[in-house]
Each structure stands twice: as C-alpha cells, then as structure tokens.
Design a protein around this ligand. Structure first.
Ligand SMILES: Cc1ncc(C[n+]2csc(CCOP(=O)(O)OP(=O)(O)O)c2C)c(N)n1
Ligand SMILES: [Mg+2]
Length: 309
C-alpha cells in the first residue's frame, strides 16, 4: 500500500534534493545552482507526492507529464528522477560529462523520465499545452506540470500558450512560476518589469494561487486545489521564491545563477543544508495539514496516492 509522505518527510526529501543539486554542480564544476535551489519545493512535491508516474515505465502512456521549461535548472529534476528510481543515483556524478544521460539541459532522448527536451527558454509551456490538449482529445486523465522561470516570462510565446490553454479549457494543466525576481544578470524588475504577474495570469484565463514557493505546506495546499478545482481553467501556482534557497551565500545573489562552488563553499553548503532537516515527529500526519512552515488549514491530502516512495 502506497503511503503519502508526511509534510516533514516531504520537507526532508527537499533537503536531500538540495544536497544532491549542490553536490552534482560541485562535482561537475559547472551548472546553475541558484534557480535549481529555488524550484526545489515544486519539483519535490510533484515527484514525491502529486504526480502519477511509474519510474519503471517512464514512457507509460497515462503518466502525468513534467516539463522543466527553465531547463537550465535540470539538476533539480535529475536529482528527483534519481531519487525516485528512474536511474541509478550514482549517475548524478556524471552531470554535464560527455556521453552522460545528464546533459546541461534535459534531453528526452537520453534521460529516462524527461518528457520534452528544454533549454531554449519560452517553449515549455506551449509543449505542455499541446500535451494537455492531447489528453483532453484522447479522453485521458493524465495531467501536465510545467515549471517556468519569471525571467522566462519575458518571452512572448509564454503568453500565446496561455491564450491557447484558456481557449481549450485545459484544467489538467498546472503551471508553476518560480518567482525569484532574478534572471541571468539582474533583477527581473529591472531587466524587464513584469508588473503584477498574478493579475496577468488571471487575465489570461488561469486560476492563480499565490504562495510562498519555498514553503512545502503552501506548495502542497496549492497543488491540492489545482487538482480539486476542475472548472475548465488552467492552474497557475505563482510561487515567491528565493534564488539559491537553502545556501546562505547563494541566496538572492545573482552571481550564483550559473557558477559552481569551490571545495570550501561546498563544505559550507552541506553543513547548512544538513541543519535544515526537521524532526519527523514535529509534523505528524499527511502533507498539507497545518505545519511549521505555515501550510494553510484545510490543505490536507486528498488521498490520491500518487507517489510510490
Ligand atoms: C531563449 C533563451 N534565451 C536566453 C537563454 C539564456 N538564459 C539561460 S538562463 C537565463 C535566465 C532565466 O531566468 P529565469 O527564467 O528567471 O530563471 P532562473 O534563473 O531564475 O531559474 C537566460 C537568459 C536561454 N536559455 N534561452
Ligand atoms: Mg528567475
């Protein structure tokens, strides 16, 4: 019998994920730690609770789809795939090596569990819309989860895809915006001000849930709502996040967009992350119940049993 993880277990899985991210990038001496760390709660909640997938059968026709539209943060997805058993965890040490299944951006032809190759920003949501529409047309129940960067929302294709998602009433589509207000070389507010992003997605026909995207309880509650409310509107989880979350010297520091830690910095990161595990006794019960990290009341687990962990 599959048991959903408790909120504390999910939080701790997220710490594991962050440690894998930093370790991979340290070993490769290359990669994008900032945006990988900020999206960690969404990736963890999707793979360890929300999505209906089968790691033994990655191309299962009825699986939920996951699209990392901000493909440069693939260490987060690779870590989740390895931890869920899509491939051996030792492969994580091959990140960005020639011949590795774990290239610098996700490659659907190399890595099991990647539903679409990404890296050129702006394209993933359109792919997700196509998949969600295909599910509707084929009478299938699978859902599609897309992770977008906020800087990525500068791309016009994102908004064309929103129009289409609204027109075809794709309430099987869940878009997470990693709203960390930093992009490659500056603050989104300065490079290209996005205005009221929540209002924008609302006006483009989506149900928008604005949360702290680094609080697992809020993430789980938002995903619960996205699953429960089938009103024809696509769902947008707008998550305020911190780029580099969990490693003090990387937090909100634009220079950590795309560089690797040295040995001393790596050691410090591991020490800091190790201190972030929460005692599992502190939050009893299933994820989504009010917990230490401020989950809204009533966000309890709805009993789908998505993740086999
Ligand atoms: C079409 C395109 N233009 C430029 C880039 C180079 N690039 C890689 S990451 C990045 C910044 C993305 O910022 P954001 O979407 O906020 O993601 P975050 O780094 O915060 O995760 C840019 C411009 C790209 N990958 N694709
Ligand atoms: Mg960003």
């Amino acid at each position: 019998m599959e048991q959903p993880l408790s909120l504390a277990q999910l939080q701790n899985t997220c710490v594991d994920l962050r440690k894998e991210i930093v370790t991979m990038i340290y070993q490769a001496q290359s990669g994008h730690p900032g945006g990988s760390l900020s999206v960690a709660e969404f990736v963890t909640a999707c793979y360890f609770r929300e999505m209906r997938v089968d790691p033994q059968n990655p191309r299962w026709e009825d699986r939920d789809r996951f699209i990392l539209s901000k493909g440069h943060v693939c260490p987060a997805q690779y870590a989740a795939l390895a931890m869920r058993g899509y491939f051996d965890r030792s492969q994580l040490a091959t990140l960005r090596r020639e011949g590795s299944i774990l290239q610098g951006h996700p490659d659907m032809n190399k890595c099991p569990g990647i539903d679409i190759s990404t890296g050129s920003l702006g394209q993933g949501l359109a792919c997700g819309v196509g998949m969600a529409l295909a599910a509707k047309l084929d009478g299938k129940s699978f859902r599609v989860f897309v992770a977008l960067g906020d800087g990525e929302c500068d791309e016009g294709e994102i908004w064309e895809a929103c129009h289409t998602a609204a027109k075809y009433r794709l309430d099987n589509l869940v878009v997470f915006v990693d709203y960390n207000n930093l992009q490659l070389d500056g603050a989104c507010d300065e490079v290209m001000p996005l205005g009221d992003l929540g209002q924008k997605f609302r006006e483009f026909g989506m149900d928008v849930y604005e949360i702290d995207g680094n609080q697992m309880g809020q993430m789980v509650a938002a995903l619960d709502l996205a699953r429960a409310v089938r009103n024809g509107k696509p769902k947008c989880i707008l998550g305020r996040t911190v780029k580099g979350k969990g490693v003090s010297y990387m937090e909100n520091a634009c220079e950590w967009h795309g560089i690797a830690p040295n040995e001393e910095q790596y050691r410090q990161a591991m020490e800091e992350l190790d201190r972030q595990y929460v005692p599992e006794a502190e939050t009893q019960g299933n994820a989504g119940q009010p917990g230490k990290d401020g989950a809204p009341a009533g966000g309890g687990y709805a009993g789908k049993g998505g993740a086999a962990v």
